[in-house]
Design a protein around this ligand. Sequence first.
Ligand SMILES: *[C@@H]1O[C@H](CO)[C@@H](O)[C@H](O)[C@H]1NC(C)=O
Ligand SMILES: *[C@@H]1O[C@H](CO)[C@@H](O)[C@H](O)[C@H]1NC(C)=O
Ligand SMILES: *[C@@H]1O[C@H](CO)[C@@H](O)[C@H](O)[C@H]1NC(C)=O
Length: 415
Amino acid sequence: MSILKFIVCLLCLFSFRTVSCDFGSIGVNYGRVADNLPDPSKVVQLLKSNGITRVKIFDAHPSVLSAFVDSGINVTVTMPNQLLSSAATDLSFTDSWLKARIVPFFPRTRIEAIAMGNEVFMDSQNTPYLVPAMQNMFASLLKLGFAHDIKISSPIAFSAFENTYPPSSASFKSDLKPVIEPMLDFLQQSGSYLMVNIYPFFAYEANKDNISLDYALLRPNQGVKDPANGNVYQSLFVAQLDAVFAALDKMYYDDIKVVVSETGWPSAGEDTEYGAGPENAALYNGNLVRRVLTGGGTHLRPNHTLNVFLFALFNENQKNGPISERNYGLFYPNQQKVYDIPLSLDALNIAVPSPPNKGTGSSVDKGAEPSWMCEIAGQCKHHMQSSGSNQPRVSPGKFGVLPCSLLLLYFLIGM
Ligand SMILES: *[C@@H]1O[C@H](CO)[C@@H](O)[C@H](O)[C@H]1NC(C)=O
Ligand SMILES: *[C@@H]1O[C@H](CO)[C@@H](O)[C@H](O)[C@H]1NC(C)=O
Ligand SMILES: *[C@@H]1O[C@H](CO)[C@@H](O)[C@H](O)[C@H]1NC(C)=O
């Protein structure tokens, strides 16, 4: 444990507020649709130096997987959409895919999951292959004895849901039920989790007159109430995540965990892509990292940690579409930061808690308060920063460094 964490913990001993003490995790999508990216081995160093312990890639390329050998970084790989039909129809295909792609590297490369395709329902031709492909992959993993260690899932787009506002009214689109139900059965039976791509940016961009930017960027705001249950959401991200949980609850799959397999905010865009820009991207991603690593669960899943993969590691110059598509990166290809935000608990603790926000501290997202100090077993478990703090902020506050250092000194001398 770092001294800084320790300091922050000491701070928490002197405050009062109970909240659950779960930690989420931050991963990053390492996309490679570009002709100017650093070698995978440099990328591993970049991730390590930023304290990132989870990565997701959009293929299972040996040059990447070999770079992650003994890195200690968890890797989620992807079988591309165009292979799903073969995987669905032929068990020997998934056998040999694993033999070529996974067996040479696992477990020294810590492959934690295989994503079967990405946003498969966007092309309805692939949809029928999805669940059989997942089942075949699972059968092949079982043969190798890896089925316990490597999960199988498939990222779905947020467009797979309907009536997502308010969150409690959300459900899976009815035309997807024939594939969603067996997929959820599969996830449940194999002890895996649902992957969902969630982009508040798209909702904001399309409805900027009706969605507050502060709410979209996880900045302090009045919150938005779900009239059906009175839950007040401080961020569109958490509201959208609870829409996913509400949809699962409606189908009685309330025990399935959810991982946000992509989320992000572009640092540049067309004139018509409202909200795109470096400041907003830094605020969204920075506030989200803080929320995930320190803020507990959601209204509908107060005890679940949030597990989120940011999109993306690099700006990718060969992506099609509007300008935003090439500007989701946290880093430029030369490994410089596009904007400076903490990406790990250690980096957050150096940035130190922001001062309690002024104004009401009343009804907030569950666990929105910082809770990184809870890591220290027992002591801090039921203590929280004092009242008034409702939303994490990206700005590194001065607050806390000095008093905490004094506390630590006091503590050390006291020993
Ligand atoms: C890495 O994956 C393993 C399972 O393979 C899991 O137990 C562990 O919590 C993961 N660690 C991180 C940092 O995600
Ligand atoms: C905002 O809400 C109003 C009223 O609910 C609606 O008429 C309007 O179309 C909405 N605007 C956008 C951009 O969605
Ligand atoms: C969350 O955990 C608390 C304490 O362990 C428990 O009392 C509560 O029922 C749990 N809530 C849910 C929704 O599981």
